[in-house]
Design a protein around this ligand. Structure first.
Ligand SMILES: Nc1ncnc2c1ncn2[C@@H]1O[C@H](COP(=O)(O)OP(=O)(O)OP(=O)(O)O)[C@@H](O)[C@H]1O
Ligand SMILES: [Mg+2]
Length: 324
């Protein structure tokens, strides 16, 4: 792998809501190398989008980063003010949002929105050059450049998502965060867009963080995968290592929903219960109330990461493959 591009260290972010604080991201650490795609997998509410908007520092009013570092090529974005982060956001670190429609303004023509983004970052780019760049970007994502003059509602869902990808790529970012970019689309369109994104990422050796609740989708595009649960990373490993030898019982339960083609047969685990209420999170390991391998210790203390080599870490006191 290349040099570290993004290093996230002990990132913690919290929402203030009526009734208390919700720590949606807690002590999260990982890194993405140049040209590497890291997948983030977790159930709904596990904090994936909260993590993504923290990296972009696109936080709503009621959210704040409590601690940690977001090092982009060694430069910490976490303490930057809104004004200080602007040259980085969209330019060095870009995001494809969960719902494409939310990142496109319905009252502006699709191409004009990308032109505006381009001219924000490149002040000396004139309109003709910006239009030419948009046409080039549309071609890149297999959209007819003539569509740049349409309004978002005149495009299909798949076309809109392609336009949003084009927008994210507009300023040649170093790293792109794709937050469930295809969930709203039908399966076939999902698949072609996923392939396109992967192809562009490989072509330009972009760093990528690909977020999904679907481990099967994530493994198609990622060299490494982080498993998130209730705001924490439970396990992180190379994609193959994760499949062949998952250590965390939660990872195992996710993989069980997905028949393995590369790994040996695994002991089946079912996953009773619901994902936790982050306003009142469980003590100790947040997965313990649903864990089939729970020990007393798990109820009392959050397990530290164990290093299994090769960048494979898991936070579990009773990992798979130890005893029964
Ligand atoms: N604006 C907000 N204000 C308060 N709490 C929020 C806000 N956004 C998210 N949360 C809470 O933060 C936690 C994590 O939510 P988040 O949206 O990050 O999860 P997710 O993993 O992206 O889920 P999904 O797969 O459904 O997109 C949840 O408990 C959620 O209720
Ligand atoms: Mg989300």
């Amino acid at each position: 792998m290349g040099n570290p591009l993004l290093e996230v260290e002990n990132l913690t972010m919290q929402y203030t809501i009526r009734g208390g604080e919700v720590t949606a991201v807690e002590n999260v650490s990982f890194s993405v190398s140049e040209g590497e795609a890291l997948g983030i997998v977790g159930e709904s509410g596990s904090g994936k989008s909260s993590m993504a908007i923290s990296l972009m520092k696109l936080l709503p009013e009621n959210a704040r980063i409590l601690g940690g570092k977001i090092l982009l090529r060694g430069m910490d974005l976490a303490p930057l003010s809104e004004e200080e982060i602007r040259p980085y956001r969209g330019r060095r670190i870009a995001m494809v949002f969960q719902a494409a429609m939310n990142s496109l303004d319905p009252v502006y023509r699709t191409g004009d929105q990308i032109i505006e983004a381009l001219q924000n970052h490149y002040q000396d780019m004139n309109h003709t050059a910006a239009r030419a760049r948009v046409a080039e970007l549309f071609n890149l994502v297999d959209l007819d450049p003539a569509l740049m003059d349409r309004y978002p509602h005149q495009l299909s869902g798949g076309m809109r998502q392609r336009a949003v990808i084009a927008m994210a790529l507009a300023c040649n970012p170093d790293i792109i965060i794709a937050d469930e970019p295809t969930t709203a689309l039908d399966v076939i369109v999902q698949d072609t867009i996923l392939r396109k994104l992967k192809q562009l990422q490989e072509r330009d050796k972009l760093g990528m963080i690909y977020i999904s609740h679907d481990i099967a989708v994530v493994c198609e595009v990622s060299q490494r995968i982080a498993i998130m649960y209730a705001g924490r990373i439970m396990e992180i490993a190379g994609t193959k290592d994760l499949f062949v030898q998952p250590r965390h019982p939660y990872t195992c339960s996710l993989l069980n929903a997905f028949p393995s083609i590369i790994g040996p047969k695994r002991q089946l685990l079912s996953l009773p219960g619901e994902s936790p209420d982050l306003l009142h999170p469980p003590s100790g390991c947040r997965f313990h109330p649903r864990c089939p391998r729970v020990l007393d210790l798990c109820r009392r203390e959050a397990p530290p990461d164990t290093d299994y080599g090769n960048g494979h870490l898991a936070a579990c006191y009773h990992p798979m493959g130890t005893d029964s």
